[in-house]
Design a protein around this ligand. Structure first.
Ligand code: GTP
Length: 575
C-alpha cells in the first residue's frame, strides 16, 4: 500500500474529511490539510480503528434490533437417570395443563407440549425416556434453552445424571436441578445437595449459584416453584425470536403413519411457518399440507416456540435435523437433491475409509482413534482352544491398547462374521485350527476385512502381539527402488566429488537412502546431497539414463561402485 492523501482515504472509508481529521487528531497524527499524505502505517491504523468502530456500531444496532423483538417461550428438556421420574414429571405437567383447559381436541403426542402459567408459557420437549438414545438426548440438549436435571432424592447422582449434566454443559444450556420424590420417607435432599457439590454445583441454599428445587412429580409438590425457576432462568437468558424472520426450526420426531403418511413434529425456532410453505430438513423436502397443534387442532400458522405436527414431508427426516424454509418447489427439490448427493458421496468415502485393505491400514486406523481398541472375532476348532486363546490374549492388553473379543465361537468363520467385522472399527477375524471356506475368504477380500487362519496358537498370539505393538509404531520395511553404477568420478572445483552414474534398474530418487556397494559389500549408507541430469537438479532419474550424484558425507567413489537406492515403506501386506 502506497502513501495516501487524507481526502482519498476519507473517500475510501466513506467518511467526511473533517471526521477523518478529527480521528487523526485523537490519534496524535500531524497533518497540514486534507491534502496531506499519510504513511502506510498510519493509513492502516486508521482503517483498523474505523473498522472496529463500525463493528461496534453494528453490534449495538443488532442488539437494539434484538431487544425490540418479542419474547418467546423457553424450550425445556427434562433429563436424568433411569427411574428418577422424568416421565412422571412430564405427565404431571401435561395433565395440569390439560386440566386447566376446557375439553379441546384429543391430546396429540407431538414430542412437545406447552404449559401456560400466569407468568408465561413454557415449552417442554417430551422425547420418551426409553427412546432417548444418547444422540437424541444430546440433540434434546441442543434444541432446548434450559435443561431440568431430575435426580431422585432416594438415589442421588447416578451415571446417567452425570451424562445428562455433561450433555447440557457441552451444549451450553443452563441447568436446573429438580430433586424428585421428596414425598418418600427415605428421601434425602441433603445428600443429593452434597452429591451436587461434589460435581462442582453449589446450591443456592449453600451460598452457590446452582438452582435446586426439591419436588415431588407424583404429588405435584413444589412443581409450581420449578416452573417459576424455569421462567426466571428464561428471563435471564432473554429469549427472543422474530416471528417475521425467515422461518427455521428443528425436527423433534418423525414417523410414518399408514393413513397420514409421513408425520413430523417440528419445533419452530424463528419466523412463522404457514400452511403451503415449502421446507427442507437435511436432504428431505416437503410442502406443509396441514399443521396440528398439541391439542389436536388444525392450525394455519406456527410462530416461534410452538411445536406442531406437520403433514407434507416427502420422506422421513431424521430427528434433530434443522428445518429451513424455502421459497418454492424448485428450490426445495434442488437443495434436497444436492444434499442427497453429498450424503451419498460422504457415505461412499466412509465405506472406502472403513475398508481395511491390509494390516497396515488396520493399524493406521487404530492410531487415528484416540483410544486404541482391537476388536477380534475368534474362531477355533474346540471350546478348549478358544478358552486357551482368550486366557493368553487377556494378558496381551496394554495401557494403550484394549483387546475386545466381539465374538468367540467354535467352527469356521462365516459370512456373518465378515459382516460383523466390516461394521466394526478396527476389527479382525482370527481363526485357529479351522479354515474359512473359499466363499468367506472372498467376501472378506471384498469387504476389506482382515481374516487370518493359524495352526499354532502361539502364531495367533504373535499376530495379536504384533497388532498391539504396531499400534504405537507402524511396521516399516525397506524397499529397493533402483540401482546406479558409477562410471566416472569427477572432482568439483570447490572440493568434493560427483559420481557420474548410469541408472541400471528401477530409478534413483532424490529423497531416497543410498547404500554404496563395492564388490557386493555395503561400504557406506546415507542420503543424496544432489541429483543432477546435466546441469539440472532433478527429483528422479529412470533406468537407462545417466546422472550425477553427490552424497552427503561420502565421496570416496570408485568406478564400478553400485549405488542402491532404498526407501522405507509401511508394511502393506502382512499376509
Ligand atoms: N414416590 C414418588 N415416586 C415417584 C416420583 N416420581 C416418579 N416416581 C416413581 O418412580 C418410578 C420411575 O418414574 P418414571 O417417571 O418412569 O422415571 P423415568 O425417569 O421417566 O424413567 P425412564 O423413562 O425409565 O428413564 C415410577 O414408579 C414413578 O411412579 C415421586 O415424586 N414420588
Amino acid at each position: 500500500m502506497a502513501k495516501v492523501r487524507i481526502y482519498q482515504l476519507a473517500k475510501e472509508l466513506g467518511m467526511e474529511n473533517k471526521e477523518l481529521m478529527e480521528l487523526l487528531d485523537t490519534m496524535g497524527v500531524e497533518y497540514k490539510s486534507h491534502a496531506s499524505t499519510l504513511d502506510e502505517e498510519t493509513a492502516a491504523a486508521v482503517k483498523e480503528i474505523v473498522a472496529e468502530q463500525k463493528g461496534l456500531e453494528e453490534k449495538k444496532k443488532a442488539e437494539e434490533a434484538r431487544a425490540a423483538l418479542p419474547k418467546r417461550p423457553p424450550v425445556v428438556t427434562i433429563m436424568g437417570h433411569v427411574d428418577h421420574g422424568k416421565t412422571t414429571l412430564l405427565d404431571y405437567l401435561r395433565h395440569s395443563r390439560i386440566a386447566e383447559r376446557e375439553a379441546g381436541g384429543i391430546t396429540q403426542h407431538v414430542g412437545a407440549f406447552t404449559v401456560e402459567t400466569p407468568q408465561g408459557k413454557i415449552v417442554f420437549i417430551d422425547t420418551p425416556g426409553h427412546e432417548a438414545f444418547t444422540t437424541i438426548r444430546e440433540r434434546g440438549a441442543r434444541v432446548a434453552d434450559i435443561a431440568v436435571i431430575v435426580i431422585a432424592a432416594d438415589d442421588g447422582i447416578m451415571p446417567q445424571t452425570k451424562e445428562a449434566i455433561a450433555h447440557a454443559k457441552a451444549a451450553g444450556v443452563p441447568m436446573i436441578f429438580a430433586i424428585n420424590k421428596i414425598d418418600l420417607p427415605r428421601a434425602d435432599v441433603d445428600k443429593v445437595m452434597q452429591d451436587l457439590m461434589k460435581e462442582g454445583f453449589v446450591p443456592e441454599a449453600y451460598g452457590g449459584d446452582a438452582i435446586v428445587v426439591p419436588i415431588s412429580a407424583k404429588t405435584g409438590e413444589n412443581v409450581d416453584e420449578l416452573l417459576d425457576m424455569i421462567l426466571l432462568v428464561a428471563e435471564m437468558e432473554d429469549l427472543r425470536a422474530d416471528p417475521e424472520a425467515e422461518p427455521r426450526g428443528v425436527i423433534l420426531e418423525s414417523k410414518r403413519d399408514k393413513q397420514a403418511g409421513v408425520l413430523v413434529t417440528l419445533l419452530v425456532q424463528e419466523g412463522t411457518f404457514r400452511v403451503g410453505d415449502y421446507l427442507v430438513a437435511g436432504d428431505v423436502w416437503g410442502k406443509i399440507r396441514a399443521m396440528i397443534d398439541p391439542d389436536g387442532k388444525q392450525v394455519k400458522e406456527a410462530p416461534p416456540g410452538t411445536a406442531v405436527q406437520v403433514l407434507g414431508f416427502r420422506d422421513l427426516p431424521e430427528a434433530g435435523t434443522a428445518v429451513e424454509w424455502v421459497p418454492d418447489e424448485v428450490a426445495a427439490k434442488h437443495i434436497a437433491e444436492e444434499r442427497q448427493e453429498e450424503r451419498k458421496a460422504r457415505e461412499q468415502e466412509e465405506a472406502e475409509r472403513r475398508k481395511v485393505k491390509s494390516m497396515a491400514d488396520l493399524l493406521r486406523q487404530m492410531q487415528e482413534g484416540q483410544k486404541a481398541e482391537i476388536n477380534l472375532i475368534l474362531r477355533a476348532d474346540t471350546q478348549g482352544s478358544l478358552e486357551a486363546i482368550k486366557g493368553i490374549l487377556a494378558k496381551e492388553e496394554t495401557e494403550d491398547v484394549k483387546i475386545n473379543v466381539l465374538l468367540e465361537a467354535v467352527g469356521a468363520p462365516t459370512e456373518g462374521d465378515i459382516l460383523l467385522a466390516s461394521t466394526t472399527e478396527n476389527a479382525a477375524i482370527l481363526s485357529f485350527g479351522v479354515n474359512p471356506p473359499g466363499s468367506v475368504k472372498k467376501k472378506a477380500e471384498q469387504k476389506g476385512v482382515l481374516l487370518k487362519s493359524f495352526r499354532i496358537i502361539y502364531d495367533l498370539i504373535d499376530e495379536v502381539r504384533e497388532m498391539v505393538r504396531a499400534q504405537t509404531e507402524p511396521e516399516m520395511k525397506e524397499e529397493v527402488v533402483g540401482h546406479a553404477e558409477v562410471r566416472a568420478v569427477f572432482k568439483l572445483p570447490k572440493g568434493g566429488k560427483v559420481a557420474g552414474c548410469m541408472v541400471t534398474d528401477g530409478k534413483i530418487v532424490r529423497n531416497a537412502e543410498i547404500r554404496v556397494l563395492r564388490g557386493g559389500e555395503e561400504i557406506w549408507s546415507g542420503r543424496i546431497d544432489s541429483l543432477k541430469r546435466f546441469k539440472d537438479d532433478v527429483r528422479e532419474v529412470a533406468a537407462g539414463y545417466e546422472c550425477g550424484i553427490r552424497l552427503a558425507g561420502f565421496d570416496d567413489f570408485q568406478e564400478g561402485d553400485v549405488l542402491e537406492a532404498v526407501r522405507q515403506v509401511e508394511v502393506s501386506e502382512a499376509q
